[in-house]
Design a binder for this molecule. Sequence first.
Ligand code: PGA
Length: 240
Amino acid sequence: MKVIITKDYEEMSAKAFELMKQVVTENPSAVLGLATGSTPLGLYERMAEDHKKNGTSYKQVKTVNLDEYEGLDISSDQSYVYFMRENLFRHLDIRPANTNIENGKAQDPEAECARYNALLESMRQDIQVLGIGSNGHIAFNEPGTPFDAETHVVDLTESTIRDNSRLFARIEDVPRRAFTMGPKNIMNARRILILASGANKAKAVLGLVKGEVTEQLPASVLQRHPDCTLVCDEAAASLL
Ligand code: PGA
């Protein structure tokens, strides 16, 4: 794993943008695996700014997102489909039809997982952006998720519900279940870009880079990926 340590969040975002721009410039019809959460916001701002200023085009780009809360769709401003539209897609020239995410309101969750797995098979990510949870999760793959799991529905852990409650009016409003790509779908990406910022991620980052490869720390599986880059700020790297 390549590790790049930056001074702060802004520098982390700038470095992430540099890597992302390289992918889109080299292959204008690249498949981008994208993530939600606070961490990639600085990257998305830079992508939007660059599109506006320099005209970098996303017309042929396709995207696949990691995860979505069960029970929410674009009508909810807490859904991840809404997050992606507001924070990235509406600022680019990407075709909405080329953006993909699990349908949180699917009537038949198993069929939805099968649909998403088939989709991912047909469009392998050229790059997959990831954040990391303070408990070492990637996407909503909580500790204990088998490394060979594909897209599935998960019960969120108390720690994730707590971490994510900052974005909801009340902790009771945080959905208890979510759809998520599995570690296997993530590992299938040609290249991984994992981002981490802040001291609350330091322990998880230590496990990611130097810990035992164990399903108890889902991010540790990335040690087995042939082309994984971690960009993290000094606070997140403080235990390395
Ligand atoms: P965050 O979430 O970017 O909001 O910290 C990361 C994650 O839980 O994967």
